[in-house]
Design a protein around this ligand. Structure first.
Ligand code: SF4
Ligand code: SF4
Length: 238
């Protein structure tokens, strides 16, 4: 390629994109992600912003797409993952975590730590007394969730976690991390209903009950954790 030809081609690609976005078809390629035609948005009687069907951009879509966040939010894919959460069962309010420490061992940046709960005799029982994750250190890899043998830790999709304090509030404790099994089923319907997870849940519940009963003494009733407080609302990113 001769001198300067690459620069001209590069500029042509940019110019072509500009023309197709703003002029070709009288601006017909000007669309918003939330659906609808940008030019017609000014007309009365049109649907309000955010009420129109979401247009997903793919390789064949052309035009200028603007996501008017936070008024408009793109739906995330089910497997989109941000930070881990701990699941408790709606049926009995018990956390699934047995404090086995496997997630903390496999976590690459070592941002998980926890303490064991104690039974009436002072001996540890397979429940966490507290459980912490440093959200600033977590690299969203999902390994903790992959390795958990009790189906207790899952990756959540909430990405609006910014706030004005960078230290204490970024260390999430057990109460901050707990979500109900119903919440997980709603955010991950396909995974929750998959054969693999259905079988796993059945096995895990049995295994956990056995361990808990053994720790508390045969015939003793499993200790139940108090129902956790609702997840704190995250402050939207500014
Ligand atoms: S979340 Fe899972 S892997 Fe981590 S301590 Fe609890 S049971 Fe073990
Ligand atoms: S997602 Fe990865 S980095 Fe974050 S807590 Fe789990 S294992 Fe650690």
């Amino acid at each position: 390629m001769g001198y300067g030809r690459g620069i001209i081609v590069g500029h042509w690609v940019t110019l072509r994109r500009f023309l197709r976005t703003f002029f070709i078809g009288h601006g017909a390629t000007l669309k918003r992600r939330g659906g609808g035609h940008q030019l017609f948005d000014l007309w009365p009687g049109k649907k309000k912003r955010g009420e129109e069907p979401t247009v997903q951009q793919d390789a064949t879509t052309e035009g200028l797409f603007t996501v008017e966040y936070p008024d408009e939010r793109l739906p995330v894919y089910e497997r989109f993952r941000v930070l881990p959460v701990l699941v408790y069962d709606d049926s009995d309010g018990n956390v699934r975590c047995t404090c086995c420490n496997i997630c903390a061992k496999v976590c690459p940046p070592q941002c998980i730590w926890m303490t064991h709960a104690a039974g009436p005799d002072g001996k540890p029982v397979p429940l966490p007394e507290d459980y912490y994750i440093d959200m600033d250190v977590c690299m969203n890899c999902g390994l903790c969730s992959e390795y958990c043998p009790f189906d207790a830790i899952k990756m959540d999709q909430n990405f609006e976690l910014s706030n004005y304090e960078r230290h204490q509030s970024h260390i999430f404790s057990l109460q901050d991390l707990l979500v109900s099994s119903e919440f997980y089923a709603n955010t991950h319907p396909e995974a929750y209903a998959s054969d693999e997870q259905v079988v796993e849940r059945g096995k895990v519940a049995k295994k956990k009950d056995q361990r808990l009963q053994k720790a508390l003494g045969v015939g003793a009733k499993p200790a139940s954790n108090p129902k956790p407080a609702a997840k704190p609302a995250a402050t939207p990113a500014t």
